[in-house]
Design a protein around this ligand. Structure first.
Ligand code: MSP
Length: 519
């Protein structure tokens, strides 16, 4: 039982150099579904998201647009990143910006602490830097450029040229933590998930860890190094700290103790920052390492990672305007194994919307509610003697409840949805085999009709609860139509099969209306 235990989950904080695309929304939605699930299981849940606003990438974009970086960030946060949360229906508890005072002050506190403890020294570094990644690259991460960049070395992720930098910087003695990191991966095999990500991280650390350059002195858009204000803190070092500055690190010990450690959800491209650098930073500061780091896959377009810089970005609203936010959430989390890459296509989205949401779940809900309205004047009937078919539905309710919660515990979001969907399919099969519309024609079958409708009604209530993290809008409508008390979000998801419903149904509009695709 999950009662009372605390659960803190984070998304990466997003660079504000550009507007969000569906890859960013995917990260948000995944973390949101997991957090809603835990909240509905009675856990003291906290979901954090936010924006990453310092560094050269943002500075350059702002300069190119003739505004200060802070003006640029304010505009993007207000016009693009906060609206994204509405667009895909995110129920975050907090939104942190790295320009917040609560963040900047405590980044300095953290850094000073590491400096005082001898984890930081002055050094010199020369290497290739990718501003897109905000990271120094090793030779193996560079590939020959093509097209306009023919003859130059480019970053393998951004396909843009890297820059040779030579700077006197402050360094974090990260190499000193290699053994402790390896011991951590060994002792807690699920610290880095999925398995493929863990293997990659382990072999990366085994091959030897360098120290990390954590300051820059050639520009000043960042948090000032507390003992030397000619340097700003390296943007990743600054950004990673958001996960603790947002929950009271340095200023509210009780809040920090209540929330930390977090489960981090990140894209696999930024896994190493979270699974190597971040725990090493925390170890150096004497703080607990994260609860875990999950690296999800990429949304691919034309076989490549979707990205605005490569002009393959699709805005989330392009999908939600037509299909709605529930369909967005459902599609990306059920069609792609969480942890794997997935190709997006409009055809696949439209086909799944029709087959699974409209015909599968939506139609089931409409039919059951409409039959109770028609055959019972809207009064929810009670079951009489239960047959094997009825008992089977009840056992599938139990199984779907247990399996989906168990899958969420493993962060296997797609499996959790699939477990709940077994009940959608089972209920549709049940209606087909029990034929309540035929029973309704025969007054001698009244008890049986009422039993079938009562069983189906309860199954639908269980489904509303189980699917509410993924389909918050549709399940809220369904909950109202079922005449059930309170809100669906207040119901315990880990006991969805024991849900208590209402006595009177009301009309239910189509949950997933037919979509006329233009063209
Ligand atoms: N600012 C850093 C994160 C700092 S966290 C302390 C950053 N920002 S980002 O805006 O570039 O990316 C944020 C997230 O979006 C990452 O998890 C990244 O993997 C994800 N995605 C960006 N493009 C994506 C796809 N095409 N597909 C799936 N996720 C993608 O990195």
């Amino acid at each position: 039982m999950a009662d009372g235990s605390s659960f803190y989950i984070t998304t990466p904080i997003f660079y504000v150099n550009d507007v969000p695309h569906i890859g960013h929304a995917y990260t948000e939605v995944a973390a949101d579904v997991i957090s809603r699930w835990h909240r509905q299981a009675g856990e003291d849940t906290w979901m954090l998201t936010g924006t990453d606003e310092h560094g050269q990438k943002i500075l350059r974009t702002a300069t190119a647009n003739d505004v200060t970086p802070k003006e640029w960030a304010d505009k993007l946060v207000a016009e693009a990143w906060k609206p994204l949360l509405e667009t895909v229906d995110i129920a975050n508890d907090d939104f942190i910006r790295t320009t917040d005072e609560r963040h900047e002050q405590n980044v300095q506190k953290f850094l000073q602490h590491l400096f005082d403890e001898g984890h930081i020294y002055t050094g010199e570094y020369e290497g290739y830097y990718c501003v897109g990644c905000e990271e120094y690259k090793t030779d193996s991460q560079l590939v020959p450029g093509t097209g306009e960049f023919e003859g130059q070395l480019v970053c393998e992720i951004h396909s843009k040229p890297v820059e040779l930098l030579n700077e006197k910087n402050y360094f974090f003695r990260m190499s000193a933590f290699a053994d402790r990191l390896l011991a951590l991966y060994e002792e807690r095999p699920d610290f880095v998930q999925p398995e493929s990500a863990r293997n990659e991280v382990v072999s990366f650390v085994r091959s030897g860890l360098d120290d990390l350059s954590i300051s820059r002195s050639t520009f000043d858009w960042g948090v000032k190094v507390p003992w030397d204000d000619s340097h700003v803190v390296y943007v990743w070092f600054d950004a990673l700290l958001n996960y603790i500055t947002a929950v009271g690190y340095g200023q509210d010990d009780a809040e920090f103790a209540r929330r930390w450690p977090a489960q981090h959800i990140v894209g696999k491209d930024i896994l190493r920052f979270h699974a190597v650098i971040w725990p090493a930073m925390l170890m150096a500061a004497g703080l607990e390492v994260p609860r875990g780091v999950f690296g999800h896959g990429w949304l691919l377009v034309g076989g490549e990672k979707m990205s605005k810089s490569k002009l393959t970005g699709i805005a989330p609203s392009q999908i939600t305007d037509t299909f709605g936010s529930d369909a967005f959430r459902f599609y990306f989390l059920s069609a792609i194994g969480f942890g794997q890459d997935g190709s997006f296509s409009w055809e696949d989205l439209a086909a799944r919307y029709q087959a699974e949401l409209a015909n599968g779940f939506g139609n089931l809900a409409s039919r059951v509610v409409a039959m109770i309205a028609r055959y019972c004047d809207g009064a929810v009937p009670t079951a009489a003697t239960l047959t094997a078919a009825d008992l089977e539905i009840q056992s599938i309710e139990r199984r779907a409840t247990e399996r989906s919660w168990e899958a969420i515990g493993r962060l296997a979001v797609h499996e959790a949805i699939a477990a709940a969907w077994e009940l959608v399919d089972a209920l549709n099969g049940y209606l087909t085999s029990e034929e309540p519309w035929a029973l309704a024609k025969d007054p001698a079958q009244r008890d049986r009709l009422e039993t079938v409708l009562a069983v189906a009604y309860h199954g639908l209530g269980t489904l509303a609860v189980l699917l509410s993290p993924v389909l918050p809008k549709a399940t809220a409508k369904l909950w109202t139509a079922l005449g059930a008390p309170g809100t669906v979000q207040e119901q315990r998801i880990d006991r969805a099969d024991e849900v208590r419903l209402g006595e009177q149904v009301s009309a239910l509009e189509a949950l997933f209306p037919r979509i006329e695709v233009a063209g």
